[in-house]
Design a protein around this ligand. Structure first.
Ligand code: NAD
Length: 478
């Protein structure tokens, strides 16, 4: 078994940490590799490397910084298959989805590289004769990036690409569940002319390495993707130094299926939403509201579709639509929420328990009918292949139910009526609304949650500018 190290200042540095983390395959429980649970001193060394690299990096023309991102993208494209297998092995998503993640990561680096010639300041009218006011966008300095495990490879690019093209350097801590792909990212990066110290990757647990990064006065912004609970802890850590936070947190996306919807389309999209990555995706439908007149038909069709879903070890040779949950804790959470819904009066139409498969944390594709708004399964993020269904009478009630949530990341509505769709756009209070399609954001959009789903956002022009700070200059003609 390989023991991997942190990537600091352009090379792998042997760790002095006394604790190491063993990474396992969630499909089988087999050990894959180990990474260090880095100490605060090691995090500090990575930050010092990022600080030393930042000034010369920011002085390069942006287009050269963009070219560095393109060079990493090219390396990734030459290694799609081994990278995809490695992601599947440590995270459990199916190979096709892992291939999409790898390809999307390369595209994302290229997309952010294109912004190099488009970073724009402003020239403002002055109140004073002979004066010009300039607004510059400047790098923040060193960014701290902390990642979750569900799209571990893509999230490296989602943080590093906008940070780098705008002239920042970065220290990233991947999830302790999925650090192996980040090690491979470093190996590929080392083959490109990227200057040392511009991207540093350090490993460790949240309470140790993550906390050391978030509390450091050496970072100008902490960019975090993960759960609401950790987001809140990171805000508290950042508060001591008034460090800017960018938080991409959990979701509890409502899918509203109106009586006039194309039911088959809605069933297909909701099923896909619940099984993709074993239901472990922040933006996917987590609660399904169906108008009373079509509820029985919808539940029947959704249950049939879920029942027919093939799942299992994605690397065992047979075609599957989803793999295991990430770990035992993930399985327990899903199972407890299903049990609490049943105890509160909901009924399992299909699934509802751990699957009888050896080795991994497999959960049966599950549909639960008769859920109500106050149930835990409707209020808390499930993160598993489970669809709780709630019936509503009219659009007013559906919108009220949808908005009644601590989360505000994504939402969707299925309808053939333009007025209904428009009302949903105006009255559903979420960062994203998908109409008659699956929930998946585009890199040119802006992925930003309302309420407890986050602060700030990622992607597109607005995501790029999160990594800048403004500097306004008043120039008076003498
Ligand atoms: P998590 O919050 O448990 O962990 C995320 C990261 O935070 C890990 O790297 C962990 O080591 C670190 N961490 C934990 N405690 C910390 C602390 N006190 N200080 C600093 N770092 C700490 O989340 P997870 O289980 O890895 O990921 C799943 C969650 O991520 C879900 O809630 C999901 O909705 C969310 N997510 C959101 C988005 C989005 O774009 N909004 C995308 C993907 C995942």
């Amino acid at each position: 078994m390989q023991n991997y190290d942190n990537f600091i200042n352009g090379k792998f540095v042997p760790s002095g940490a006394t604790q190491r983390i063993t990474v396992t395959n969630p499909s089988t429980g087999a050990a894959i590799c180990t990474v260090p649970d880095s100490t605060a001193t090691e995090i500090d060394a990575a930050l010092d490397a990022a600080i030393a690299a930042q000034k010369p990096w920011a002085k390069l023309p942006a287009v050269q910084r963009g070219n560095a991102l393109r060079a990493i993208a090219a390396q990734i494209r030459e290694n799609v298959e081994p990278l995809a297998r490695l992601i599947t092995e440590e995270q459990g998503k199916i190979l096709d989805l892992a291939r999409v993640e790898v390809a999307f990561t390369a595209d994302y680096l290229d997309y952010m590289a294109e912004w190099a010639r488009r970073i724009e300041g402003e020239i403002l009218e002055s109140d004073r004769p002979g004066e010009t006011i300039f607004l510059f966008r400047q790098p923040i300095g060193v960014i701290g990036g902390i990642l979750p495990w569900n799209f571990p490879f893509f999230l490296i690019a989602r943080k590093a690409a906008p940070a780098l093209v705008t002239g920042n350097t970065i220290v990233i801590k991947p999830s302790e569940e999925t650090p192996h792909n980040a090690v491979k990212f470093c190996e590929l990066m080392a083959r490109t002319p990227l200057p040392p110290g511009v991207i540093n990757i350090v490993h460790g647990r949240g309470a140790t390495a993550g906390k050391a990064l978030a509390t450091s006065p050496k970072i100008g912004m902490i960019s975090f993707t993960g759960s609401v609970e950790t987001g809140s802890a990171i805000m508290a850590s950042a508060a001591a130094n008034i460090t800017k936070v960018n938080l991409e947190l959990g979701g509890k996306a409502p899918a509203i299926v109106m009586g006039d919807a194309d039911i088959d389309l809605a069933v297909k999209a909701v099923k896909a939403s619940r099984v993709i990555n074993s239901g472990q995706v922040c933006n996917c439908a987590e609660r399904v509201y169906v108008q009373r007149g079509i509820a029985d038909q919808f539940v029947e069709k959704l249950s049939a579709a879920m029942q027919g879903t093939r799942f299992g070890n994605p690397l065992a040779g047979q075609a599957v639509e989803y793999g295991p949950l990430i770990n035992e804790a993930g399985y327990r959470k899903v199972d407890a929420l299903v049990k609490s819904a049943v105890a509160a009066g909901a009924s399992v139409v299909t699934g509802g328990k751990r699957a009888a498969l050896e080795g991994g944390y497999y959960y049966e594709p599950t549909v639960i009918a008769g859920c109500r708004q106050e149930m835990e399964i409707v209020r808390r993020e499930v993160f598993g292949p489970v669809a709780p269904v709630i019936t509503f009478d009219d659009l007013d009630q559906a919108i009220e139910y949808a908005n009644d949530s601590d989360y505000g990341l994504t939402s969707s509505i299925y309808t053939r009526d333009l007025n209904t769709a428009l009302r949903a756009c105006q009255e559903i209070h979420f960062g994203e609304t998908y109409i008659n399609r699956e929930n998946f954001e585009a890199m040119q959009g802006f992925h930003a949650g309302w309420r407890k789903s986050g602060i700030g956002g990622a992607d597109g022009k607005h995501g790029l500018y999160e990594y800048t700070q403004t500097h306004v200059v008043y120039m008076q003609r003498a």
